[in-house]
Design a protein around this ligand. Structure first.
Ligand code: 13P
Length: 251
């Protein structure tokens, strides 16, 4: 049976945040969450790894979830500078973003690597948010849906369930550019993602699909109202409490 899909508004802080400003930000978010009293949607912040524990400790009991931005596929070992899913869990994370386009391009992460990281998240008891999305050249060549299908099939491990998987659709050309696809384009991409997921899990109807790429307070309502959109993965606007709360309000 399909589970109800509770909207998820996730903030990806990327490589931003020192302790003092981050604590002020999450204090404001926790206050906003308390005031709004939302129980019908989830709010998640993904600070840089250095701040996961600090932020998790600071928001304990507030309902605000904390996640990592990346993890290594292995639980431990000789991987200098890397962080495992188990370490994120230990620091207080509940989720982890895997396969963000910036990691796919900056660090050469392939679908197979992303898949291994999603499996690592499961092993550690974290919810993976698997990111996929086409480049501008791929969109202009009319390959968007095919690219999403390939990435999804390569990046989602066997054994996915509605409770264990979130997929984020982030068109690469929409990230940090102020450009977004039309609502119809977002709906078409999400409908295709859900259809492809149907071949990967019996619970495709319950998997939450987030849209990401230049989401802000002023465009959140229309993007979040698109068919098959169950939340947002927010970059720049998640660094501002009022903007992030406005997006959460629109959910
Ligand atoms: P922006 O919201 O800054 O476009 O970033 C989106 C993103 O990459 C979230 O993961």
């Amino acid at each position: 049976m399909a589970r109800a899909r509770r909207p998820l508004i996730a903030g990806n802080w990327k490589m931003n945040g020192l302790a003092s400003d981050s604590l002020a930000l999450v204090k404001e978010l926790a206050g906003g969450l308390k005031q709004a009293g939302w129980t019908d949607r989830e709010l998640l912040v993904c600070p840089p790894a250095t701040l996961v524990r600090t932020v998790a400790d600071a928001v304990k009991g507030s309902g605000l979830l904390v996640g990592g931005q990346n993890c290594h596929a292995k639980a431990s070992g000789a991987h200098t500078g890397d962080i495992s899913a188990e370490m994120l869990k230990d620091a207080g994370a509940a989720c982890v973003i895997v396969g963000h386009s910036e990691r796919r391009s900056d660090c050469g992460e392939t679908d197979a690597v992303v898949r291994a990281k999603a499996e690592a998240a499961w092993r550690a008891g974290l919810l993976p948010i698997v990111c996929i999305g086409e480049t501008l050249a791929e969109r202009e060549a009319g390959k968007t849906l095919a690219v999403l299908e390939t990435q999804l099939k390569g990046s989602v491990p066997d054994g996915a369930t509605a409770a264990r998987l979130v997929v984020a659709y982030e068109p690469v050309w929409a990230i940090g550019t102020g450009k977004t696809p039309t609502v119809a384009e977002v709906a078409a991409a999400h409908a295709h993602i859900r259809k492809v997921l149907g071949g990967l899990t019996a619970e495709a109807a319950g998997v939450r699909l987030l849209y990401g790429g230049s989401v802000k307070g002023s465009n959140a309502a229309e993007l979040l109202a698109a068919g098959d959109v169950d939340g947002a993965l927010v970059g720049g606007a998640s660094l501002n409490a009022a903007e992030f709360l406005a997006i959460a309000k629109a959910a």
